[in-house]
Design a protein around this ligand. Structure first.
Ligand code: ADP
Ligand code: MG
Length: 686
């Protein structure tokens, strides 16, 4: 947990402060001085009595008390220094910039642990080591540049990489993006991204706190903590965007089921972010663009008016928006004709609203007013306005700023002339505005923000037979469950399945087939992939065939019994789950057959699943139209499918030992859906 000494220190000591601003100890001191830190500032330096005009002590033991220590000396000297400060100088916060810790090997790891122990026993906090520091409106405790404009309502930014933090700020500053607090967590020895989010959540102040949080994460070590505090912050009105780097790990590692193959660790990040309501980004520009969208009022609907003086960018933006689930609706309001009459001949008011290269500031103001107050089916405006170098556009950007202040709907400024209108843009930014240099990058970012669902809330009370589930799990050994256990689990969870019988003798097989009713399906019990070993025969119509197939199947390797099921008809669907350590169970669903094999059309979500999430999963499938019924084919009962997903989720909550579960296929029609093949694997002590 962060503390007051870290966030609002009254005194700071730079341990290893230097006159050389090319060294971290010199640069951080320079930034603190330039940032006009209002409290007391001290330095320790072995040789100097004054450094950059600040009183310097040769030894930490000679220092007065200091709330926060920013440390830039060699790693091996740090534990001793921290001990002195923590025990005798009442120092409750440490930022260690130095490297040479766990990132370098065993020695460093020990050193790091030693420091964490000292810090913990003093009830203090530690940021780093191996980081660029912390930046708050109170003090500039980083050793790098740029130092962005700090504004309590700018972005709170937490980064797992120091250099990347610099580059992200560098990408955002020219667009007018401001920052509130910046934390570089380095090795996260004590405080990581999750702990900072926790603090931001628990100390959120609706008046004072920033509502935009940006994260650059390399490791999610506490996914549930991230989920908890990110979704809580979003529910309090914050917006969060995050880059999770290192996502390309060979996803489909060898797994025994479809679910296993699809549920890569990166998918886990995806489903975690979606459940939390975090907008996932994939690079610096991406993060900056989404952050810039966040800096504007929240868009209430998907209909955008594009207001432009140049055709090309408007067309590209129309494409970007329409291809991503947003709309640029034709404006059919009769009042549009009044607007057209006030513009130059040749202007178009259909949307995009093109008021030509000669369009004026006054006309822009008028168009915005029409879109804001008169045209009912417009939710937001994107204004594209640059200059080909013929005239200045100060007046246009002034009007834009005024309207952004007064309009009820969000207005997004796309200002492409970053060279020719540099001064105008700079004036615009000085008014506190953020702009977008590129319309397509903007369009994609806006759509991503709009399409990210609100944090999921779970309150389903599905009735399942938990005691029955527990007794089956507790009686089963680790590994793949036997057919009887699987049947028991599905029945206890209320997941419909085909009737079936497991037989070990040929006469018994015939009896089972007769009682289930021909035609039947026969399957080997034992092999994991039954079809692959010739272990599934469908449409068995008579006793002779049952006997023949039984004799053949029972000799297939690893087979110890034969399963007989009635032959069912229906559309093939699948549902499954996989345990991703730390994250929990990822639930997947889709249509069976080529839809997963070829099109990889799979929807995923993190358990536990709400009804809303279950339906959202089904509706996000590319093959959803087939589930609904298309081109003369009857569809599948969507409620029943969602019900199975929710029951599956409840089963996983009752039996967290399940590491993999596959219902593949489920056969469904417009009335019912039933599982005809289920595979469940359990593992204790995870
Ligand atoms: P595996 O996945 O181990 O190969 P399945 O039990 O899924 O074995 O059977 C393979 C295929 O046979 C299924 O995908 C489905 O198309 C068909 N099938 C299996 N059981 C039935 C059944 N009871 N009714 C109709 N078709 C079935
Ligand atoms: Mg199967």
């Amino acid at each position: 947990m962060l503390n007051h000494s870290l966030l609002h220190p009254k005194s700071i000591v730079v341990v290893g402060g230097s006159n050389d601003v090319q060294k971290p100890g010199g640069a951080v001191l320079r930034n603190l001085i330039e940032g006009k830190f209002k409290g007391k500032l001290y330095v320790t330096n072995l040789k100097e009595s004054e450094v950059q005009g600040i009183t310097s002590f040769r030894d930490p033991s000679l220092l007065p008390e200091a709330d926060l220590a920013i440390i830039a000396i060699a790693s091996k000297f740090i534990p001793e220094t921290v001990k002195v400060l923590a025990n005798t100088k009442n120092t409750k916060a440490f930022i260690i910039l130095s490297a040479g810790f766990s990132e370098e090997g065993e020695e460093g790891r020990k050193l790091e642990h030693e420091i964490v122990d000292i810090v913990k026993s003093a009830n203090a906090v530690l940021i780093g080591p191996n980081c660029i520091g912390v930046l708050t409106p109170d003090y500039h405790g980083i050793f790098t540049k740029p130092v962005p404009m700090l504004d309590p309502h700018g972005c709170d930014f937490i980064s797992g990489s120091g250099a990347t933090a610099c580059f992200i700020m560098e990408a955002g500053i020219p667009n007018g993006l401001k920052f509130a607090n910046v934390f570089s967590v380095g090795n996260s020895a004590q405080i990581g991204v999750e702990e900072i989010l926790e603090w931001l959540d628990e100390n959120f102040d609706p008046e004072q706190s920033s509502r935009v949080k940006l994260l650059y994460i390399e490791n999610i070590s506490k996914p549930q903590m991230l989920l908890k505090h990110a979704s809580s912050l979003i529910r309090k009105g914050c917006r969060i965007a995050a880059v999770k780097a290192g996502s390309s790990e060979a996803g489909s590692r060898a797994a025994s089921s479809h679910t296993g193959a699809f549920a890569s660790p990166d998918l886990a990040v995806d489903v975690l972010f979606r459940k939390a309501g975090i907008v996932r980004c994939y690079g610096r520009q991406d993060l900056i663009s989404v952050a810039s969208v966040f800096m504007h009022p929240q868009l209430k609907g998907k209909n955008i008016a594009i207001i432009t003086h140049a055709g090309g960018p408007a067309v590209m933006l129309t494409d970007a928006l329409s291809n991503n689930g947003m709309a640029v609706p034709k404006i059919e309001d009769p009042a549009a004709q009044d607007l057209a009459a006030a513009l130059f001949p040749g202007s178009s008011v259909a949307n995009p609203i093109d008021f030509l290269a000669t369009g004026t500031a006054g006309q822009l103001g008028m168009i915005i007013d029409y879109c804001d107050k008169i045209f009912g089916d417009i939710d937001g405006m994107a204004v594209i306005f640059g200059t080909p170098g013929l005239n200045r556009v100060f007046d246009v950007y002034n009007i834009l700023d005024e309207k952004m202040r007064s309009a009820g709907k969000p207005i997004y400024p796309i200002l492409p002339s970053v060279m020719m209108a540099r001064e105008e843009i700079s004036e615009f930014i000085k008014k506190g505005r953020v702009f977008f240099p590129d319309e397509v990058v903007f369009g994609n970012a806006l759509a991503r923000v709009f399409n990210t669902p609100a944090p999921a809330s779970y309150s389903e009370k599905i009735r399942i037979d938990t005691p029955a589930i527990r007794s089956i799990i507790d009686a089963s050994p680790d590994g793949y469950l036997a057919p009887a256990a699987i049947q028991g689990l599905l029945d206890a969870s209320g997941i419909p399945r085909a009737g079936e019988a497991v037989v070990t003798g040929r006469e018994e097989a015939v009896k089972a087939a007769l009682s289930l009713g021909f035609p039947v399906v026969m399957k080997v019990v034992g092999p994991v992939h039954k079809s692959d070993v010739g272990g599934v025969v469908v449409n068995v119509r008579d006793e002779m065939t049952v006997l023949k197939e039984f004799d053949r199947m029972i000799r297939i390797r690893d087979t110890h019994a034969v399963l007989v099921q009635p032959m069912l008809a229906g559309t093939e669907l699948f549902a499954g789950a996989k345990l991703e350590p730390g994250f929990g169970h990822i639930i997947l669903c889709g249509m069976g057959g080529i839809f997963i094999e070829v099109f990889k059309d799979v929807a995923a979500a993190l358990a536990p699943l709400s009804e809303k999430e279950a339906f959202a999963m089904i509706r996000s499938l590319k093959s959803y139209k087939i589930i609904q019924g298309a081109r003369g084919h009857k569809g599948v009962n969507e409620d029943a499918f969602a019900g199975i997903l929710i029951r599956l989720s409840a089963l996983l909550q009752a039996a967290p030992e399940i590491t993999e579960l596959d219902l593949n296929p489920l056969l469904g029609d417009e009335n019912t859906i039933r599982a005809v093949d289920a595979r469940i694997r359990i593992m204790r002590g995870r």
